[in-house]
Every structure is written in C-alpha cells, then in structure tokens.
Design a protein around this ligand. Sequence first.
Ligand SMILES: O=C[C@H](O)COP(=O)(O)O
Length: 230
Amino acid sequence: MSERHSLPADVDPSAAELASRVDHTLLKPEASQEQVETLCQEALELGFASVCVNGLWTSLVAEKLNGSQVLTCTVVGFPLGASTSETKAFEAQEAVANGAQEIDMVIDVAAARAGDQAALEAEIRAVAQVVHAGGAELKVIIEACLLTDDQKVLACQAAVAAGADYVKTSTGFSTSGATAQDVALMRKTVGEEIGVKASGGVRTRDAAVEMLRAGASRIGASAGAGLLEA
Ligand SMILES: O=C[C@H](O)COP(=O)(O)O
C-alpha cells in the first residue's frame, strides 16, 4: 500500500524523497509510444512513484515497469468525468486487467455541483469495487476548479464513504490546477486515512513542496525531471 498520510509542515525532501511522491505523467492525446517509453525509463532511473498514462498505454507501461517499484497508473473517465458509472467501472476493470496498479477516476462534476452526494458515492463505489478486486488503488479526481468549497467537501466525503484511497485535486485539463488552499481543505476533510494528490500546474520543486506542506501525499505532474531540481 502506498504512503497516504500528510508530511510534516516543514518537510524539505531530497530529490529522491520527492520523486517517490510524484506520479510521472503524460496524458496528452498526441503522446507517442516513444514518449511513453521515455517516461517509463525516466521513472525507473529517478524513482518516481508511478507512471500515469491514458488507458491506451497501460499494457506497455506495465510491461516496461514490470519487476520495479514504480507503479502503473491509468486514468478513467478522463478528463471530463461525464461518462456513466458503468463505463467508468468497465474502463477501470480493463485497465487493471492490463496491469494498472493505480486508477485515477474523474467524478461526475455535475452531481457534485448539484449536491448529490448519493450519486457520487454510488459511482465511486462502483469503480472502487473493481479496482480493489484487482488489487489496485483508487484516486478520485474532484476537479476542484469547477467546485465551490462546500462542493469540494461533499465530493471528498463521498470519496471517503465509497472507499477511495486518495482524493485528487485536478485533471490538469480544466480551467486551473492544484492550489495549496484546496489541498489543505481536502486534507482537512478526509483526515489521515486516505491520501491527497495535488496535480495540475505543479511545475517546480517549490510548487511541489508547497503542496506537500499543505497536506498532499502525492503529486501528479508532467513537468518531468525538472520538478526535482532546486
Ligand atoms: O493528472 C495529472 C495532470 O494531468 C498533470 O497536469 P500537468 O500537465 O499540469 O502537470
């Protein structure tokens, strides 16, 4: 099981410690096989927590990372979250069968904005069941930039109630990405039992450390090795 708890407020991680908290991410639709293979190589060399890709690449990434500590992470319902829970559950099941060890799903943002916690819980639970049955972990992307603080809290509460392993701020494909304020609110809401992933627009070591200090246990970023440099 991955480390989910928040770090000390004055944490000052080494490059290796920071890398171990980062999902090395490439989610652009035009990503090539060569780029995905480079991502895997970098993750193995630098010790990132996972390689995070679209479902098209899950099998390739799982093969490249096989036998290593680096996890294979795949997104579901990405980036809009607007597919049905059945579709999300199928996507997750297929990803796990293809070797995904972590699944990052986008919630039904409209349900969160409507205050429909029961609908959110039901879709997250449907995905969590297949993810956990396959021995993988589930991160729930709430797309915080589209929600009020009350809606963010409701979405996080739904994720906890439905058995998610992490809540995650953003897809990186909407109006803005992670903020330290959102990370702090999400950590306050979920407590220490599940993780908080900050993602979207985290481009520098300073930004990553700010997120960890605010309560994040994982960072998602496409910034690559530059993220680790002081
Ligand atoms: O889930 C991760 C995000 O897509 C990464 O966003 P980014 O490209 O702004 O680092």
